[in-house]
Write a protein that binds this ligand. Structure first.
Ligand code: GLV
Length: 309
């Protein structure tokens, strides 16, 4: 068995070492142009050449939850593509989003400004019933976030492409139910995959349907959001704040207005990090199952190329 690895954003040795230990008989190598045909490839942001050359893969593994960047490339025909399926990301998303929601609800950003300035200033309690949280995207991450938010008793809404029933969550599905979902939400949490249908979905038309004094928490992709539309809605006061972890251009350019808007909290694409051991354990288990003759269909994380995630 031959396994190739290509991710220039991490030191490769621990990844190669883990794979070599899991598959002592296999050849596990860093991808080089012209590499011999492999059975499996683990990639992040691969060059087109890798995909053009490696046409005989039994599976291609994207070392990330999102596959938007990979799907822009020409993929080898008929090769199953897997993305990470939780792999330790869902609980991180839950931590990050709960923190952001609570920080907005309790106005802890304003409290921090006060205390740093030496002001002992209590704020009026706000109504939890008027702080409904709507999660866009009800996959493994969206569901984990909703489960965590349930503990704090916010009214919960969820929207997905296709109908889903989730206990304790008012769910909406499809484009026709998006307006109803937005109107029922004060805080919007974006966890959608980036596809041609969802690109620029967070714009004046949609965000202005949120309840007044609303908040946006974007933990999916920067290209979901029309930046100027968010700034305008914050300026008009319809939205009260935003927490953004992802941006159209990363790192966020120094001149971008988001850096200087006190109503926006930024983090550097850090809401759910790829965890090496969890990710590799999942990929190794899939390779073992495929080698034992399991069908890729029905395995978690199989990318449906026709829907784009
Ligand atoms: C991170 O953004 C990922 O897609 O895993």
């Amino acid at each position: 068995m031959r396994i190739l690895f290509r991710d220039l954003t991490v030191p490769p040795e621990p990844w190669l070492g883990f794979l070599r230990q899991a598959f002592p008989q296999a050849s596990v190598e860093l991808w080089q142009p012209g590499a011999a045909p492999a059975d499996y490839a683990l990639v992040w942001a691969p060059p087109q050449q890798l995909l053009d050359e490696q046409t005989q893969l039994k599976a291609l593994f994207q070392i990330a939850a999102g596959v938007d960047a990979l799907l822009k490339l020409r993929l080898p025909v008929g090769v199953p593509v897997f993305r990470l399926d939780d792999a330790g990301m869902a609980v991180q998303m839950a931590e990050y989003v709960c923190h952001a929601v609570i920080r907005h609800f309790r106005e802890l950003d304003k409290v921090e400004v006060d205390t740093r300035a030496g002001r002992w200033q209590q704020r009026q309690p706000r109504s939890r019933a008027e702080f409904s949280v709507g999660v866009l995207g009800l996959g493994v991450l969206g569901q984990r976030v909703l489960k965590a938010l349930e503990a704090f008793e916010f009214p919960l809404r969820g929207w997905g492409r296709t109908p889903r029933h989730l206990n304790g969550v008012q769910t909406f599905a499809g484009p026709q139910e998006l307006p109803g979902f937005l109107a029922a939400s004060r805080v919007l949490v974006n966890l959608l995959p980036l596809t041609p249908e969802t690109e620029n979905l967070l714009n004046t038309q949609t965000l202005s349907q949120l309840q007044p004094g609303g908040y946006l928490i974007n933990v999916a992709r920067g290209r979901h959001l029309v930046d100027e539309d968010l700034l305008a809605l914050l300026g008009s006061g319809h939205l009260a704040g935003a927490t953004l972890d992802v941006f159209r251009q990363e790192p966020l350019p120094p001149e971008h207005a988001f850096w200087r808007d006190a109503r926006i909290t930024l983090t550097p694409h850090t809401s759910a990090r790829t965890l090496r051991e969890d990710s590799l354990a999942q990929i190794v288990a899939k390779i073992r199952a495929l080698e034992a003759g399991a069908a890729p269909q029905g395995m978690g994380g199989l990318v449906r190329l026709q829907v784009g995630y």
